[in-house]
Design a protein around this ligand. Structure first.
Ligand code: DC
Length: 236
């Protein structure tokens, strides 16, 4: 009798800005029929909640208490036809698009820098991740949130290639952008992300590093699907 090879149930994809992790993470989740969990949404959810309840964003304790007490959930998009990649629920309310508002964009970075908020949201991310059949995309998934993920991937690309991709993306949206400025901002953000003391951006010791600098999206996906296929469960 042929045995079906087991697949990794929890897959973590981390990497720097514009490394392609969201595109690849979503494509991988679709190929495997897994939930796509773009983990930035939990920081967005708490930011939206604080804004809508009028809680001052400078009040770390109040925001951390929200992050601890209000359940955040993610569902597969089911039959939604509005382009959502997953449905985001806060206490059962659908906030998928509310968390993408410009006011959330402008404040989420400050909220995600609070250590006590990160700690509370770690528990929420783990609860969602441990349900399994999930691709989790972020910056600290393999190192902090799910160090027990079955498969950990660190998706990288050179700063010049990432700046080129970001430029192309922005131009596709009709924005007028300058490559040199984007490259400088990208280098600054890399230094900040990998130098910060809370959850610095770095590969987990057992992550598979995939350099996408010279690869197309479909080539990166093939490399990662090969890693998925080669995966072996570790003996307990
Ligand atoms: O990817 P995004 O724009 O939705 O992320 C929203 C914010 O959350 C952004 O400021 C970075 C932060 N974030 C984080 O600190 N750790 C993660 N794993 C994901 C996002």
């Amino acid at each position: 009798m042929n045995e079906v090879a087991p697949l990794p149930s929890t897959i973590a994809i981390d990497g720097p800005a514009a490394s392609g992790k969201s595109t690849i993470g979503h494509a991988l989740a679709q190929r495997l029929g897994y939930l796509y969990f773009d983990t930035g949404v939990v920081y967005r959810a708490v930011t939206w909640l604080a804004l809508s309840r009028g809680i001052p964003l400078g009040d770390e304790d109040a925001i951390a208490s929200l992050a601890r007490s209000v359940p955040i959930d993610l569902l597969a998009p089911a039959d939604a036809t509005d382009g959502r990649l997953a449905t985001v629920l806060i206490g059962g309310e659908d906030v998928t698009w509310a968390v993408r508002q410009p006011q959330v964009d402008a404040n989420v970075s400050a909220v995600s820098a609070y250590a006590s908020v990160r700690e509370a949201l770690k528990a929420q991310q783990r609860r969602i991740g441990h349900a399994g059949r999930v691709v989790m995309v972020g910056r600290d998934i393999g190192t902090v949130i799910m160090p027990d993920a079955d498969l950990k991937i660190y998706l990288d690309a050179s700063p010049t290639e990432r700046a080129r991709r970001r430029c192309e993306e922005d131009r596709g949206r009709g924005l007028s952008v300058n490559y040199e400025e984007i490259l400088t901002a990208m280098r600054k953000r890399d230094a900040y992300d990998s130098g910060r003391s809370t959850a610095p951006l770095r590969p987990a010791p057992d992550a598979q590093i995939v350099d996408s600098t010279r690869l197309s999206v479909s080539e990166v996906l093939e490399v990662i699907l090969a890693l998925v296929a080669q995966w072996q469960p570790t003996m307990p």
